[in-house]
Design a protein around this ligand. Structure first.
Ligand SMILES: *[C@@H]1O[C@H](CO)[C@@H](O)[C@H](O)[C@H]1NC(C)=O
Ligand SMILES: *[C@@H]1O[C@H](CO)[C@@H](O)[C@H](O)[C@H]1NC(C)=O
Ligand SMILES: *[C@@H]1O[C@H](CO)[C@@H](O)[C@H](O)[C@H]1NC(C)=O
Ligand SMILES: *[C@@H]1O[C@H](CO)[C@@H](O)[C@H](O)[C@H]1NC(C)=O
Length: 818
């Protein structure tokens, strides 16, 4: 929320900045004026006040003055007060020469948002220069025959100041022969003429010295003087006459050195020495002397220096033809512009870190272009290369702005090198170019993305705590912390235990470790959400589901449910004497808490009293007679049975089955004997038989009667008909209890006798009810289906309803086969 508001406000600021830029700039300039030669620090005006800007923000917005040309700055803006002050000596004559208007143009740039104000400081002339003459002494030779009214041109005085501060008037020392006339020149400026007002007489006076004073109109007034020395010569008839009073030539500024620009010609009617003319410049400045040379004899004006239209577009030369007397003509050299200046580009403002979410139209730079040429030669157009999301737009005057045209994306393009080419309108056009480097700065706009839609991890049960089981990885293309991915687990519970107590994740690498050892028999699968979050502010995140599958290991040995393991109770099975070959004698029931192959049990007789008499079904544990039982067979038969699973390595358990071949309960010997070692029991049994046979004689009668009665009385209690009950004490803790789950066919009822009469609850086992023991190949398929690890709730073992159902099914199956 906070973040959003911030970005909105910066956008509005940017927009208002743009609007202000255009409005302000078109409003017009701010004009100031300052007299030349003021002290450094003189306050010209307060820019902040005049622009309506708070002076305090000037420094934060990096206010600065840019000059139009790359000349001197002269003025500076004080960032603390907003005053525009004089920064160095301003000499108007040096800056503008003879121009009457002398503006200093500044562009004040404010950044963030970009803003531009054009400020013009007009330099006012002060009368700091006196009129000066080209030389201290001007010499003339005038024939005594010169008529009254003859005129002799005198180069005027020159005053560097302009306007009123320039030369305003001349005064000639009082004398009886000459007056002084002032004339305006056609190209501007003034010149004087000495006018003869009274004829001269060489014989009376050979030389004359007159002081000529030029005064300007400044306050205070300044003046300069020269001495005109007139030498009076003997009569001569004709003064030279120029063919034209004014010569005008147009010359391109790039004219070659040595070019003859013009030829002035004057004629003199006199002959001989009096007709010999020489030409020379009148008053010339040093600059003109460097540019032009006059051939004394031919009157050719030759270009000797490089002209520059941009400095001066017109020169005026005054040329005198002399043969004794002199006359003057003017040559006006009009320079035409040539496209000799390439546009100059100044990046006045550059915002070279553009956030990638900047709105379309955001300005990246403001470019100022200048061309010193004139006319079409200074018509500049700007362009940039194609295929960049930027555009260059003409802005105010000679300013161009570079703005975005499409949304930026740092992740596809982080840098732009934009080459701006400015071309002028000359023929041939000149151009210049500049490259700016723009960087797109990052915004946290990409959430981390996981490499996979979901992750599965398989871990063997009984793993070591701390083993790594899987690793996840997510990529975030953003920059630095915006692209730094941190992993974590979403807290959730597995069977009521926080998931963090099962696995942990390395926040940096995404490697997932098991925190504890897993037990397949407890649960087989759980799911956890992994979150990848970047470090941006606000952070972005994404999540993925990770399923952890625990795979079975053969860590449980088969557990024999029936007969009960040794030591718990001893049970003896009665085998009818008439049992035939193939008849079912008993059944060993065993389960294995593992699954699959690890729970596939096989049964084997490892030891038996009579090796050939009984066999056990390899997979169903059914003990059957191999042949018919005969009277010669020993009455007591012990079998040691090993139950082995199919794991790698296999685990096994053994149990003993005691069989008593008898139809008569009375024949049941003391069960204690059955446990004796076989060698022992043989001797003992002989003793018992001997004892019994002796007693028989004495007690036959009584025993018979008692036995018959006893049997009749106990029968309903002992030989109950088929109800099956497995006491829960015989079940392994995590196996379900079966109650009344079926009946046996009455033809096969096995009575079980317990050694200790006190715990004489009689019971039978009907079948293996654990689905994982494989009672027959018929159920194998079914089991394989059920150990599908992808099944939901697979960690709840053996207590579900479906489990219960399958038990019942098993029971009924057995019912059928009995
Ligand atoms: C500043 O002077 C220029 C001409 O020199 C004029 O066009 C402009 O309107 C003036 N601006 C202001 C604000 O006075
Ligand atoms: C931009 O220019 C710089 C320096 O001239 C160069 O190192 C860089 O590779 C260029 N980048 C692109 C995108 O052209
Ligand atoms: C990350 O993004 C934020 C905006 O979401 C941005 O302000 C910050 O400068 C970026 N960090 C880096 C290192 O680019
Ligand atoms: C996981 O991502 C989904 C969308 O991909 C989102 O709806 C859910 O809130 C995220 N869960 C967490 C805990 O971040």
């Amino acid at each position: 929320m906070e973040y959003k508001r911030r970005s909105e406000s910066s956008v509005t600021r940017l927009l208002t900045g743009l609007i202000v830029l255009f409005i302000r700039a078109s409003e017009g300039d701010i004009n100031y004026s300052v007299p030349e030669e003021t002290n450094v620090g003189y306050v010209i005006g307060n820019i902040a006040k005049d622009l309506g800007i708070n002076a305090k923000i000037l420094s934060t917005r990096k206010a600065r003055l840019d000059v139009d040309d790359d000349g001197k700055v002269y003025c500076d803006v004080s960032l603390s007060s907003g005053d525009l002050v004089v920064a160095e000596r301003i000499d108007r004559e040096q800056i503008c020469g003879p121009k009457t208007v002398c503006p200093l143009k500044y562009e004040m740039i404010l950044e963030n948002p970009l803003e531009l104000h054009v400020i013009v400081v007009h330099i006012q002339d002060i009368n700091d220069n006196s009129p000066t003459f080209a030389s201290d002494v001007i010499k003339f030779e005038i024939r005594e025959s010169a008529n009254k009214g003859a005129r002799f041109t005198i180069s005027g005085a020159h005053d560097e100041d302009v306007g009123l501060n320039g030369v305003q008037s001349y005064s000639l020392q009082n004398n009886e022969h000459f007056t002084f006339d002032v004339h305006a020149r056609p190209g501007g400026g003034k010149y004087g003429e000495l006018v003869l007002s009274k004829e001269l007489d060489r014989e009376q006076q050979q030389k004359m010295s007159l002081i000529l004073t030029a005064t300007d109109g400044g306050r205070p007034q300044r003046s300069g003087t020269t001495v005109i020395e007139v030498t009076i010569l003997d009569a001569n008839d004709n003064a030279p006459v120029f063919t034209q009073q004014i010569y005008k030539v147009n010359v391109p500024e790039n004219a070659d050195l040595g070019t003859v620009l013009a030829t002035v010609t004057a004629t003199d009617a006199d002959e001989g020495a009096n007709g010999q003319l020489t030409y020379e410049f009148g008053h010339t400045s040093e600059e003109l002397n460097k540019l032009f040379k006059l051939n004394k004899n031919s009157g050719d004006i030759i270009l000797v220096g490089q002209m520059d239209f941009e400095k001066e577009s017109l020169y005026e030369l005054s040329i005198q033809a002399k043969d004794g007397s002199a006359s003057t003509a003017n040559v006006i050299i009009d320079i035409t512009d040539v496209n000799d200046n390439a546009p100059k580009m100044i990046i006045t403002s550059l915002n070279n870190h553009i956030p990638e979410n900047a709105i379309v139209g955001t300005e990246a730079a403001i470019i100022n272009v200048q061309d010193k040429d004139s006319g079409d030669n200074r018509q500049i157009s700007c362009s940039i290369q194609q295929n960049v999301p930027f555009k260059i737009n003409p802005s105010i005057k000679n300013y161009f702005s570079l703005a975005t045209t499409n949304p930026l994306d740092r992740e596809t393009e982080a840098y732009y090198n934009i080459t701006i080419t400015a071309t002028d309108g000359g023929s041939p056009p000149l151009s210049s170019s500049k490259t700016i480097h723009l960087m797109v700065s990052d915004v946290n706009d990409n959430p981390p993305v996981f490499g996979e839609q979901s992750y599965n991890a398989y871990v063997m049960e009984n793993n070591k705590p701390g083993t790594s089981i899987c690793s996840v990885s997510a990529r975030d293309p953003d920059w630095r912390q915006n692209g730094t991915v941190l992993y974590s687990l979403v807290s959730s519970e597995v069977n009521g235990v926080p998931v963090s107590s099962f696995i942990s994740i390395n926040a940096d690498t995404g490697v997932i470790h098991a925190v504890r050892s897993f037990d397949y028999e407890q649960f087989r699968k759980f799911k956890v959400q992994v979150v990848a979050r970047d470090n941006g502010s606000p952070p972005l995140s994404s999540n993925v589901t990770m399923s952890v599958f625990i795979t079975d290991e053969n860590d449980n040995s088969p557990q024999i449910l029936y007969p009960a393991p040794e030591g718990r109770s001893l049970m003896t099975e009665m085998v009818p004497k008439a049992a035939l070959s193939g008849s079912l004698i008993s059944k060993v029931i065993a389960v294995d808490a593992d699954s699959g192959q690890n729970a596939w049990l096989s049964y084997q007789i490892v030891k038996s009293t009579d090796l050939g008499l009984f066999t056990i079904g390899l997979h169903n544990g059914e003990i059957r007679a191999v042949r018919d039982i005969t009277a010669s067979d020993s009455m007591k038969q012990n079998l040691v049975i090993s139950v082995k699973d199919n794991g790698q390595p296999p685990l096994s358990s053994t149990c003993s089955v005691y069989l008593l071949i008898s139809d008569n309960l009375a024949e049941v010997p003391e069960l204690k004997d059955m446990t004796y070692e076989e060698s022992n029991s043989k001797l003992t049994s002989y003793l018992i038989i001997a004892l019994v046979s002796v007693s028989t004689f004495f007690l036959t009668f009584i025993i018979l009667i008692l036995a018959v009665r006893f049997c009749h009385r106990r029968k309903p209690r002992l030989l109950f008909d088929g109800a099956v009950a497995i006491p829960s004490a015989y079940l392994p803790p995590n196996y379900a209890e079966v109650e009344g789950a079926g009946t046996l066919c009455s033809s096969y009822n096995y009575d079980t006798y317990l050694t200790t009469g006190s715990r004489s609850s009689d019971f039978k086992f009907v079948t293996s009810y654990n689905e994982n023991t494989l009672p027959s190949t018929h159920t194998l398929n079914r089991i394989q289906n059920q150990i599908d690890p992808f099944e939901e709730n697979s960690f709840t073992v053996a207590s579900s309803d479906s489990e219960h159902d399958s038990l019942t099914t098993h029971v009924s199956n057995f019912e059928g086969c009995f």
